[in-house]
Structure formats: C-alpha cells, structure tokens
Design a protein around this ligand. Structure first.
Ligand code: BES
Ligand code: ZN
Length: 648
C-alpha cells in the first residue's frame, strides 16, 4: 500500500471543503445575512429584526472539520455491509459496498474516512481499482482515496478492523452479566464509525444501509436497523435501515441477548440476567413514545427498542435509531433514572430525524433533545418531577459555566483542531434546552410545540447547521412574534458564553424544603437520624448531597453515612454524589466502595469526575492509579482515553 499525504494534515481539509458547494447540507441558508453588524450588547441600539452573525470567526458554516471525506464531489448514499465477528482475534472481517453519486460527471475521486483499518482491496465489480492511504491524524484517522472508473456507481472495500478500534469494544465472558459468552458493541459518535467501516464519516452524509453479520452460533446480533425479535439464533443475521442516517448512528452489538416486549412497538434486548428487571424499569417507554408523537409528530422509525449493554458502556445512552443503547447503571429499581430513556427516545426526532450537520452544531441534537426530555418527563411523571429534574440540570449547567473556558460555553462551539470527544460538557445539553425553554415561555407552549412539530417535518432526514436553524427562526418565529422575541438576545444565546441574564431559572418547592433540612442539619439543629427521608426520591437525595458545602468534618460524614447508609446505596447516581463528597473530604470509610465503583462501572460521566478529584492529591492519585490499572482491561477505549491523564 502506498502511503503519501493526500491531505497533508487535516487543517488542509477545510480549505478544500470551503471551495466546494455545500448545497447538500443546508436548504434554508440562502437568505442568511452574513454581514457584520454592531456588537449586540448596547442598550441604545435598535432591535434587530433578524438574528445575524456579528463577528467573522473564519469558521465556514457546514464545513465538517472532522472528516476527510469529499461528499460535495462524490457522495456515498448506501452501504452494504458484510462482516464476520471474530472474537478470537477481536476483529470484524469482511467488506462493504458503497453506492456513490457524483455531483458532476468526471468526479471520480472518492475520499473515505478510516481509522486503524486494514484495507485488503478496493474493487468495482470484482476488478481492483487504485486506492491510496493518506497521512494519519491522531484524532481523525487516515483518508482513503479511491479512483473510481468513470462508469462505476458503487465500490467494494474488503477490510478488517484492528483489535484496538476506537469505536468497538470486545468484552470477555467475565466482563458480561452471564459470564458465559463474549460481547461486542460499537459506539460511533462522534468520529468512530470510521474505525469499523471505511465510509464518509460526517453527519452531513446520510446513507441507507443493509448488513449481513456473522457471529458465533450461540450469539445474537442487533443493529441500529430493522431487528426481528423472533429471529432464529443461527449465527447469521440480516438487517436493513431504509431511512437515510448519518454514519454516527450506525451501530452493532453481539452477545447472549434475549428480547422481551414492553409494548406494541417497544421492547428490550438484554442478557438474560437483566431482561426482566430492565423491562420493568423501562415499562413506560411505550407511553413516552406515544406522548412524544402527539406533541411533536409521528415517530418515523417503525419499532423503538432498547439494548442494555454491559456496565463498561462509556455513555448513559446512545440514540442508535430503532435501538437505543443503554447503560445498565440506570436500572435502579424505582424508575428514578428513566429520563435517560426519554432522552434517547427524543433523539428519534431531534438528532436522528433532524441531524446536526457538523459537530459544532451538536447543540441542535442535544439541546433540543434535552428540552424534549424535560417535556416528556413532565407529561409522563408530572410537574413536580419535571421541576426537580430541571433544577438539577440547571445546577449541572451552572457548575460547568463556573469551570469551563468561555469559548467552551458557546452553543455554536468552535471545534477546529479539537477532538469532539475532548469537549463533552453540559453546555450543548442544558444551555441549549434553557434557550428553547425561554422561547417557549415567551411565545407560549402551544405555539412553540407547533413550531417544533413543523421544524421536525420541514427538516426531516436532513442534516442542518446552526445557521440554517437561525435562518429558519428568522423566517418563522421572529416574523410571527416580533414583540416577543429579540433577535439580539437569540444571537447571544447561540454565540456568546455564559447564561444570558434573565434566563428562565428552574425552581422546585420540594427542593426548598431540602435546603431547609440541609441547613438545619449543618447548623446542628437536627440530627441526621431525625430527618424524615421516607418520602425522598433520588432527586431529593441528589439535591441534598450535591449542595453540601465544600468541606465537611469526619464526624458529619460519619453521621450522614450511619443514618443513611450512603456508602452502600444501590443507586449509582446517589453513590456518585456521595463518593464525590467522600473524595473531596478524604472520608476513608467510603474508599472500598469507591474502588469497586471505579472498577465495575465504565460510564464516563460517573467515573471521570471521581478520577479528576482523586488526582488532586498524591494519595488520591495513587489510589486512582491502582483502581484504573485494575479497571483498564474492562474499560472502553473512550473511558481509558478520558481518564488516563488523571492517573499518570
Ligand atoms: N448522543 C449522546 C451521547 C454522545 C454525545 C456520544 C456526544 C458521543 C458524543 C447521548 O444521547 C447522550 O446524550 N447521552 C447522555 C444522556 C444523558 C444526557 C441523559 C449520557 O450518556 O450521559
Ligand atoms: Zn443525547
């Protein structure tokens, strides 16, 4: 294989892209005004009728700085996957046939993204065609450039993945619940699909796909595609995904999986040991699906199933279409953490149907989804629970705003030269949701619901940029409600750091009581054992713990622990909050639990803050290092990468 730099470094890619036409990305940006306007802070300024861009950041809207692919010249439209999972060598082996469309005749150069792939051959109808691997970028992988025969409308790449593929985790039987069979799962978002399929790994390229997956006979394969719950377990499985989806939503899992229906269109796949408890915990999924359809329009994806992963799954959930991937750490026994399901379900509208065109636009996925999540939770579990979850979310946002660099607090974040994995925060989620809640409050809920329903319809199966959304807002709500919406303010929400002054501030009466209780305990007026906690839900516990002062005495910690058995709580979120307090105050009695927590859970949101906190003292760091070394063989590559800096 020849190796020379087609694109010497990825900084060149934007230059290439910026020259080409982005018409596939945006449908509504033609009338967006890019001219420079005066600063938006001045109070003497007259109100703008439209949201405009006021600074030229040099970021080209719609340019995907995280892909080498050239979809504006030759675009992949369909994938046909043929893969065998080899658990001995930890490799997926086989081929993919990519259907292509040329923007104009004569465009015969197809550029794909790859990462640590072994490319065996590239062929068109059985005949080899020339290909070259470019220079490798540590974050983005290696471009694969193929010269297509001018008549070719598809090309086949034979390849195998590497055992260390960043988007695949291979688990030994010991790392599963059943301990008998190995397990495999993929996690493609943001830029890891390229580590298991050579493709145009950009969210603005949508493909349909079909797949044949071969596995050891005892195992079942499932994908983000049509899954047949009654399929025979014979080691060969067929899938189709007829709706065009972005590459980051392609997903595969293989394991000793069984299925249980929860409703007409909903069910759960899990290892046998977890199946019943998962189906019970998530039994409201069908109702969530129904209320979301009533409010935001039809569900476009046929079935909606859940897949329960082993505890090393690095996220809470991943919205793979038709089959959300879910961490087992939310099976709490009391449905207290099911907002995660509402969130992944909501992505079926915001994210999977209407998709961010680049990772800069992630807030269009996560902010809309977080807003929808709150609404779904309110519809299913009522206003009080909604208010509590909104306060907890707001506090997460405030903490991030206090800790992050200003540039990282901007919804339309500048990710040039950065790995999207390294920029994960609550900003696109909670700030994005708060922005939408403000619009809702200004124009009225019914009107905003109607707007969102139309938005999901107008951009269905499209990938859009922040600018497209702004253009759409200018043409819709800003026209309809000129007295209620302020274009400058909308601009500030999207392009400025922090939380705009006067933003909606969630409140909960139930939590006011918790503040009183905490204060009474802190001042010594009540004993922990005398606090009436029988009616507390997980939310009260989290609010009680998360708002403790930075330092507590050993006596206070022991008192809390003996009154409430916090060190042995079975709820993983409460455990997280308590263990954070334990680390901050070096409360040794909780450290055995801390150790087992770190080695048994790979969900990064739960373990990373603990590693970060531990790394602040030499003893803490030594402890973290021991836990990390033991946990590492079971951690997902993303969790390893996110935390190794804290222990070395
Ligand atoms: N799509 C995200 C996970 C993700 C985001 C993966 C960005 C890679 C890059 C998923 O929907 C998500 O937001 N998960 C959250 C759920 C939570 C906010 C309810 C998680 O895993 O914590
Ligand atoms: Zn999400």
């Amino acid at each position: 294989m020849k190796k020379y730099g087609l694109l010497a470094t990825f900084v060149c890619a934007p230059v290439l892209f910026a020259c080409s036409d982005n018409s596939h990305v945006d449908t509504a940006k033609a009338d967006l005004d890019h001219t420079v306007s005066e600063g938006s802070g001045s109070s003497t300024q007259t109100q703008h009728a439209r949201v405009e861009k006021h600074v030229d950041t040099g970021i080209a809207s719609g340019v995907d700085y995280h892909s080498f692919a050239n979809p504006n010249e030759v675009r992949v439209t369909h994938l046909s996957l043929n893969l065998t999972a080899n658990f001995e060598t930890k490799q997926l082996v086989g081929d993919v046939t990519l259907d292509v469309e040329r923007a104009k005749p004569g465009n015969n150069t197809l550029v794909l993204d790859t990462r640590a792939l072994n490319i065996q051959s590239v062929s068109v109808e059985g005949e080899s065609v020339p290909f070259e691997m470019g220079q490798t970028d540590p974050d983005l992988g290696t471009p694969l450039t193929i010269t297509l025969p001018s008549a070719a409308s598809s090309v086949t790449v034979a390849y195998s993945t590497s055992p260390e593929a960043s988007g695949v985790q291979w688990l030994t039987p010991a790392q599963t619940a059943g301990k008998q069979h190995p397990f495999l799962f993929t996690q493609a978002q943001a830029v890891h699909a390229r580590s298991f399929i050579p493709l145009q790994d950009s969210p603005q390229v949508r493909v349909t796909y079909d797949a044949t997956i071969k596995t050891p006979e005892a195992l079942l394969a499932v994908m983000s595609a049509s899954n047949d719950p009654t399929t025979e377990r014979d080691g060969e499985y067929e899938f189709t995904m007829p709706q065009p989806i972005p590459s980051y939503l392609i997903a595969l899992a293989i394991g000793d999986l069984e299925f249980k229906a929860m409703g007409k269109r909903t069910g759960v796949y899990a290892e046998p040991a977890l199946l019943e408890s998962a189906a019970k915990e998530f039994e409201d999924t069908e109702a969530m699906l129904e209320v979301t359809e009533e409010t935001y329009g039809p569900y476009q994806w046929d079935r909606y199933d859940l897949l329960i992963l082993p505890p090393s799954f690095p996220f809470g959930g991943m919205e793979n279409p038709r089959l959300s991937f879910i961490t087992p750490t939310v099976i709490a026994g009391d449905k207290s953490l099911v907002s995660l399901i509402a969130h992944e379900l909501a992505h079926s509208w915001s994210g999977n149907t209407v998709t961010n065109a680049t990772w800069r636009d992630l807030w269009l996925n996560e902010g809309f989804t977080t807003y929808l999540t709150y609404r779904i939770m309110e519809m299913i579990y009522g206003h009080d629970r909604f208010k509590k979850e909104a306060v907890l979310g707001y506090q997460d946002l405030e903490n991030d705003v206090a800790a992050l660099e200003q540039n990282d607090e901007i919804l339309a974040i500048d990710l040039r030269g950065r790995n999207p994995d390294d920029v994960f925060s609550n900003i696109p989620y909670e700030k994005g949701a708060l922005f939408l809640r403000e619009i809702e409050q200004k124009i009225g809920r019914e009107n905003f619901d109607a707007f969102l329903m139309q938005y999901f319809k107008d951009f269905a199966f499209k990938s859009i940029t922040t600018d497209t959304f702004i253009a759409y807002l200018n043409d819709t709500l800003i026209q309809q409600y000129p007295d209620k919406l302020d274009a400058n303010r909308i601009h500030a929400w999207i392009f400025e750091p922090g939380i705009p002054e006067g933003a909606p501030q969630p409140e909960s009466d139930a939590f006011t009581k918790i503040d009183d209780t905490r204060n009474a305990w802190l001042s010594g007026d009540v004993k922990a054992a005398d606090i009436e906690t029988a009616q507390w839900t997980v939310h009260e516990w989290l609010y009680f713990l998360n708002n403790m002062p930075d330092s507590l005495t050993k006596a206070q910690l022991s008192e809390l622990d003996s009154a409430f058995s916090l060190t042995s709580t079975k709820n993983n979120e409460i455990a997280h909050s308590w263990l954070m307090i334990a680390v901050e105050n070096n409360y040794q009695p909780a450290f055995d639990r801390l150790y087992s927590y770190l080695v048994s859970i790979g969900r990064n949101k739960l373990v990373k803050p603990l590693y970060r906190e531990l790394s602040k003292t030499p003893e803490g760091k030594a402890f973290a290092k021991r836990a990390f070394e033991e946990a590492k063989p079971g951690y997902h590559p993303l969790t390893v990468k996110a935390n190794e800096g804290y222990v070395n």
